[in-house]
Design a protein around this ligand. Structure first.
Ligand code: SF4
Length: 733
């Protein structure tokens, strides 16, 4: 018998089987104001990480709508489609409702049963204590996503662990942060410090702003387009931004670094780079110039399929508008396993254009100096995340999620317990299902804290239902930004069912573990009030306003002509990276060709759609109405070749024989004949997600060839190929 088997969360409880259409009807029949007392409660949206501030409107306590906070400069007072659908997260009848614990029946069958909070927390505290006594507290790891994780980080730090990992690092933006840090001594940060507001030329490389609705960024790009910005989009697919571009470069998948090197070649060979900026701020130019000599556009044409004249024309366009030219670093940057080097090439190209620290390029972020609530010193953890990396990934600045999972497998595994907060690992970390099963066999404890019965809950020993962001306080929003500001998330409603706020759960667990000194408050609102008082505000003020803007104290851009000390070893922008060279990596970016596409297989390309934040929102009833499933983009020529019609459903089979769920085909010229495309986040298997379960296909299941970046451990996901399996006969076509 498995020590811990994956349990379909459909067996969680017999309660609350709902008929989606009735529920949706209920949602759209929400009252409109006019007869009762209307209240507006401040919130910070948690539907994605962008953290837009808004107000939650209700009438007589009944939910009505969520709108943007007009004072919020970060979102310009507007929410995106998903943010306005945030009420669906609160109203979703599939939410986790009570704590659940795994048990083994007399027949050896594992099931979940409902438990009281006391019992569930007692089980967790007891097993955490056993792990600390037998192996050391440092053997508990936390895997998380979202601002609410901070309460549990406080708990684990107090307990003696220091391994915190978020898939947003190794599965998303880690390579660009490492690459920009190596080059400029600073990362791009979140929200991205891109100054599209003032750009005259914007270059998007595999980045689909507009399909990803990062609110403020989409607004600035829209405004830039209105004032006639020159947009250059590099994408094998005719994406939404490609359709708005002066230049669309339909590149062969995986050859972007070749294009970047050729662009550098043109800027240097034609003397178009910003000489004064490079002389004043950068080091390693001569080596760079020598290096890129070997990569003219004619060479890049063979790699990328892009004509040399187009490469030259676009390089000149960038130079003409520099330094207000932004070569956007992207956000999801984990593609082919050489991602830090590709992002280094983007960072260097921006340096040649003189855009770092200049209007229209990258601005300098500033946040509010908000004191931390005074807590006792945490005990020193016996080991940190580097134990999971086993000497690899020397430039990783935080734990790499896939490495933590690997270090949790086997009887001698380093990690003995996991706390998983707000992240659905099976649909987030590529090619993970077998490893999750093995880790579940090995670990002594898996706690999942979430609002929804996503697939990860099926691996838990104990499931704790957190209330949604509309029912709780969290930390103040204080992001590095163009304008420093604070924003408050507070409860607009009482927690539904038997769910609880994260701060309450962490405090209760802390008390059971004898760690109450790290939770010296009764209610988290006390912490927020104290912090706000330190910066001349108060909780009472913020409960009314929701947002408080502060004046900038530092310049937004570098001072022209003045020298600047960058936080790199040389104090300069490092075109040549001595740090990479010292660890045996290429000091200048080189091009690595992508894996070869097998005959009759197609690059599996994936991305976002505006209505959803991946698998987090596909069951949200309001957003489900907008987009219930994903579609597979297929080029007409390929569709003809395989006898596939528009609207038909097919399954996909990858190069390793893994077969997906059914997905509906969209035959379109907007994708070339070497790739297919789908939005990520669909194909749920959890039957408890009654709306979304079984709809669309899950791309992460098909990502069995994971290309690991040796520099910082990110998981390149684009080395996978698929072909079609017809649903009619399940035969390979
Ligand atoms: Fe919410 Fe949209 Fe802002 Fe994300 S971008 S925080 S989903 S409103």
């Amino acid at each position: 018998m498995d020590r811990r088997e994956f349990i379909k969360v459909s067996s969680l409880t017999a309660a609350a089987v709902t008929v989606p259409s009735i529920f949706l009807g209920g949602c759209s029949q929400q009252p409109r104001p006019g007869t009762g007392e209307v209240t507006a409660t401040p919130t910070v949206c948690d539907i994605c990480f962008w953290k837009c501030a808004g107000h939650v409107y209700s009438e007589n306590g009944i939910p009505w709508k969520i709108v943007g906070n007009k004072e919020d400069l970060h979102s310009n007072g507007r929410l995106c489609t998903r943010g306005t659908g945030g009420m669906g997260a609160y109203l979703d009848q599939d939410r986790l409702k009570t704590p659940m614990v795994r048990e083994v029946g007399k027949n050896g069958k594992q099931t979940f049963r409902e438990a009281s909070w006391q019992e569930a927390l007692d089980i967790i505290a007891k097993r955490m204590q056993q792990i600390a006594d037998s192996h050391g507290a440092d053997r508990m790891a936390m895997l998380s996503h979202g601002a609410g994780a901070s309460h549990f980080k406080n708990l684990l730090k107090g307990y003696g662990s220091n391994t915190f990992t978020a898939p947003s690092y190794a599965q998303c933006r880690g390579p660009r942060e490492v690459a920009f840090n190596l080059t400029y001594g600073e990362g791009v940060g979140s929200p991205d410090r891109t100054d599209m507001e003032h750009s005259r030329c914007i270059v998007l490389i595999g980045s689909h702003i507009g399909e990803n609705l990062h609110n403020g960024q989409v607004q600035t790009l829209s405004r830039a387009l209105e004032r006639g910005v020159s947009l250059i989009t590099v994408d094998p697919r005719y994406s939404v931004p490609a359709s708005k571009s002066q230049h669309w470069l339909p590149i062969k998948p995986g050859t972007d670094t070749a294009l970047l090197l050729a662009w550098m070649n043109v800027l240097i060979e034609e003397d178009l780079y910003d000489k004064a900026y490079i002389e004043q701020h950068a080091m390693g130019f001569d080596e760079l110039a020598q290096h890129v000599k070997q990569f003219p556009p004619e060479w890049a044409y063979i790699q990328t399929g892009l004509k040399p004249a187009l490469i030259r024309e676009t390089a000149r366009e960038m130079a003409k508008n520099a330094p207000a030219t932004l070569v956007h670093p992207g956000r999801h940057t984990t593609w082919y396993g050489d991602d830090t080097q590709r992002e280094r090439a983007i960072a260097i190209l921006n340096a040649l254009l003189g855009s770092w620290g200049r209007p229209g390029g990258f601005y300098m972020q500033e946040k509010v100096k908000l004191p931390k609530y005074k807590l006792p010193e945490y005990p020193k953890a016996k080991s940190n995340f580097k134990a999971a990396h086993a000497g690899k990934f020397p430039f990783a600045t935080q734990a790499v999620s896939n490495a933590v999972i690997d270090a949790s497998i086997g009887k001698d595994a380093h990690y003995r317990g996991w706390m998983v907060y707000g992240t659905n690992l099976p649909m987030t970390v590529p090619g993970i299902r077998n490893k999750l099963k093995q880790a579940a066999e090995s670990l002594d404890l898996i706690v999942v804290i979430d609002t929804m019965p996503a697939e990860i809950t099926g691996y838990a020993d104990v499931i704790l239902p957190e209330c949604t962001y509309l029912e709780r306080y969290d930390d103040l929003r204080n992001s590095g930004e163009r304008h420093p500001s604070l924003a408050l998330r507070m409860p607009a409603f009482e927690p539904k069912y038997d769910s609880k706020p994260g701060w309450w759960i962490a405090k209760q667990l802390g008390e059971k573990l004898g760690l109450q000194k790290f939770f010296p408050w009764k209610d988290y609102s006390e912490v927020l009030d104290w912090q706000l008082q330190q910066v001349g505000s108060s909780l009472a003020e913020m409960q009314k306003a929701g947002v408080k803007n502060f004046p900038r104290k530092t310049p937004m851009y570098m001072q022209e002509g003045q020298s600047r000390k960058f936080r790199t070893p040389s104090g300069k922008i490092e075109l040549v990276s001595s740090q990479l060279a010292a660890k045996g990596f290429d000091a200048l970016p080189v091009y690595t060709p992508p894996p070869t596409r097998p005959d009759d297989y197609y690059h599996l390309n994936y991305g976002r759609m505006p209505a959803h934040t991946f698998s987090r929102t596909t069951n949200n009833p309001l957003l489900f109405e907008l987009a219930p499933e994903n579609a597979l983009w297929v080029n007409p020529q390929i569709a003809r070749q395989h006898g596939i019609k528009n609207g038909e459903t097919v399954r996909l089979q990858n190069q390793d024989g893994v077969v997906s769920n059914s997905i509906r085909v969209r035959v379109t010229e907007r994708i070339g004949p070497d790739s297919v495309f789908m939005a990520h986040g669909f194909g749920h298997r959890s039957k408890k997600l009654q709306l979304t379960q079984g709809l669309g296909a899950d791309d992460s299941d098909l990502m069995t060839n994971v290309l690991i970046d040796p520099i910082m451990g990110a998981t390149g996901m684009r080395g996978n190929f698929v072909t079609f399996v017809k649903n009619s006969d399940q035969e390979h076509v």
